[in-house]
Design a protein around this ligand. Structure first.
Ligand code: TXA
Ligand code: MG
Length: 344
């Protein structure tokens, strides 16, 4: 059966959010927009409803979900304590694309946190997401909207085939603003550890006088038994079926030369490059990533979903500087390329 669908780009359909909220209350699952990527949501306090998310995504049961809230009372109901640094992060970055890990209260079912004593929580800035939570009067557990391993869904057209019929309701509000998932952080010994980089950057937090540590697994390959601060770090993610190579240099000329050398050494190459570089690449198959880091962040998942349709022998992806939002982009790209990476 097809999922119920509402196109929220049409204003008159805004009352559909209310209908979707009744689905959440009934223990059903709803695909909804956030400012980062789309999510597949269920009542975070209902173990059976949350199980439906794992089933729809084919998600490993040891990978915990983020709980989405719309006010501070909800946070207090879900977590043991809110430290000084967490408070500072909340005051500066919520509502917004930042997930904070807290010690959880009993009311959160074990499947939400994959058996961990901690829970990741965020208050999204997307108004439809917040309205959905507010009308359901429930915290909503939601992973990114995609089959596990695939790029996260940033527009419905990309994911409808994958998820139609597997969720009960779809709220479509057009392309997600940011395009990469939230920054995930945990405070340990008065330092903020970044477990997944996103739009809220190390630099944004440092400006507030906070000490920030970037977990090394963000850019490195995890060995199977390695201890990680976030289960999500261990999983294969975002990689197309076609072999991908990520190339980066601080020097624009060297970057373009290296990519052209790789094009020459292979056949039938597709390049994902910045707008201003595209005409310099000696191949007919090119996809435009955009120019600013904001453009690239917004476009990257939808582009990664397209690459297999080119039947190329190799996809070469232009890297960006690992600074600011660039770190989040490189974290996704290095995984898409399964650590097949050249830095000159
Ligand atoms: O922007 C986002 O965060 C999107 C939207 C829908 O909100 N959600 C999202 O969820 O990306 P998901 O499930 O695709 O990624 C959640 C990540 C995973 O890497 C997971 O391991 C980590 O957060 N995580 C969740 N709870 C955690 C916890 N208690 N401790 C450590 N890591 C946790
Ligand atoms: Mg995900």
């Amino acid at each position: 059966m097809k999922s119920k669908y509402a196109d929220l780009k049409l204003n008159e359909n805004i009352n559909k959010v209310e209908e979707a909220a009744t689905y959440i209350k009934k223990g059903k699952i709803v695909l909804f927009p956030t400012e980062t990527v789309y999510g597949i949501g269920a009542n975070a306090l209902d173990e059976n409803a949350v199980n439906k998310i794992f089933k729809a995504k084919g998600r490993a049961s040891d990978n915990p979900l983020i709980v989405h809230i719309c006010n501070m009372q909800m946070l207090k109901n879900l977590v043991q304590d809110i430290g000084k640094i967490e408070e500072k992060l909340i005051n500066n970055f919520w509502p917004g694309p930042l997930t904070i890990i807290f010690n959880k209260k009993e009311c959160i079912p074990n499947n939400v946190t994959a058996g961990l004593e901690t829970v990741g929580i965020r208050m999204p800035s997307n108004e439809i997401a917040r309205k959905l939570i507010e009308l359901a009067k429930l915290p909503i557990a939601a992973p990114s909207a995609n089959i596990s391993g695939k790029p996260s869904g940033t527009k419905i057209e990309d994911i409808i085939e994958e998820l139609d019929g597997k969720v009960d309701y779809i709220l479509d509000s057009g392309m997600a603003d940011i395009g990469v998932e939230s920054t995930v952080v945990r405070v340990v010994d008065n330092k903020v550890h970044i477990l997944r980089p996103g739009k809220i950057t190390k630099e944004d937090m440092q400006k507030l006088g906070i000490d920030v540590v970037i977990e090394k697994q963000i850019m490195e390959e995890c060995s199977p038994n390695e201890k990680v601060m976030s289960p999500g770090m261990k999983y294969r993610h975002y990689a197309p079926n076609t072999k991908c190579l990520l190339v980066y240099s601080d020097n624009e000329k060297e970057l373009i030369e290296e990519i052209n050398k790789q094009i020459k050494n292979s056949s039938n190459v597709l390049v994902l490059g910045r707008t201003n570089h595209l005409e310099k690449y000696n191949t007919n198959n090119k996809l435009d990533m955009g120019e600013s880091l904001e453009d690239i962040s917004k476009n990257i998942f939808t582009l990664l979903r397209k690459v297999d349709s080119y039947n190329a022998n190799l996809v070469i992806i232009e890297g960006v500087k690992k600074e600011g939002l660039g770190l989040a982009i490189m974290n996704r790209l290095i995984r898409a390329c399964e650590h097949n990476y050249i830095e000159i």
